[in-house]
Design a protein around this ligand. Sequence first.
Ligand code: IPM
Ligand code: MN
Length: 368
Amino acid sequence: MATHKLLLLPGDGIGPEVMREVEKIVGWFRKRGLGFETETDLVGGSAYDAHGAAISDAAMSRAQEADAVLFGAVGGPKWDSVPYAVRPEAGLLRLRKDLGLFANLRPAICYPALADASSLKREVVEGLDIMIVRELTGGVYFGEPKEIVTLEDGSQRAVDTQLYHTHEVERIARVAFDLARKRRNKVSSAEKMNVMKTGVFWRQVVTRIHKAEFSDVELEHVLADNCAMQLVRWPKQFDVIVTDNLFGDILSDIAAMLTGSLGMLPSASLGAEDPVTGQRKALYEPVHGSAPDIAGKGLANPIAMIGSFGMALRYSFGLLDEADRLDRAIANVLASGTRTKDIAAPGANAVGTQDVGDAIVKELEAQS
Ligand code: IPM
Ligand code: MN
């Protein structure tokens, strides 16, 4: 039996609560004979409190060795004033950078049962199924210089650097085109070529890769601000959206909300395929943050976290039937009305984090 090594990094805020529900799901699959081995470590503020760093070197090497990392969420007001280099988010950024997780897949699917939970009209979001492919290890998040400098007159100047190399745009474009072929065969590439050199460059490289390798896929270019507007106006026009690190961060939050709640959107961050083993480094995380306002209260929606484990089944372990089964279980639970507060129908009783996890396990059980 193949053993799959999972590193769990619950993090801060609601991270540990939603991760506990994933552990239930992992436990269920384990009971059914799948070989999951789990280890747990600290990241974010909790790692800072224990080690003075947002992730320890030991946790980093465990991440390097794992077949997949499951990540909860990091940050919170408690760590607002810790030094910038060791702020909770630095742990996540280090994981992404050191594991080379350049491709962030953020699917936004509107479950039929949730069309009314969205702030948009039912007909706009019902049946929505889009995939945002966000470049994750480059751009303005990592470009140097990145600093605040004090000038001679005592005033200050801040700079972040938006920077992309050819191969970075090429490889993310390939991921997007590949995915589109398995979906509705359309890629929308978003940048700001009207004001940014990196935008002009992004468009050139994506166009070249399209022409050379993927001319069977429909490609459109869209300005990132217009893309944001179109996402809210008529999101079903999109299939795969490929974009840079910063625009992808913003556009995926918008897409998440189309589905009813930020608590619904999972994500996968993948590295390059190893040419020998075919394996790729991978980290799975919900798109939502640590939600300090509701942390520890058992109110958080665990579906984005559980869906992230579903993506691990699909993309890291090739367990497609199991991934489908988990997706179905989630859809059935939502349809049955078992929902946390963020997605509860008006007037309906909301349940807690653990209730949703239990209900999903029960649905998995019922399907077997
Ligand atoms: C996300 C988050 C992160 C990001 C933060 C926590 C650094 O917002 O994964 O979308 O900006 O990438
Ligand atoms: Mn974000």
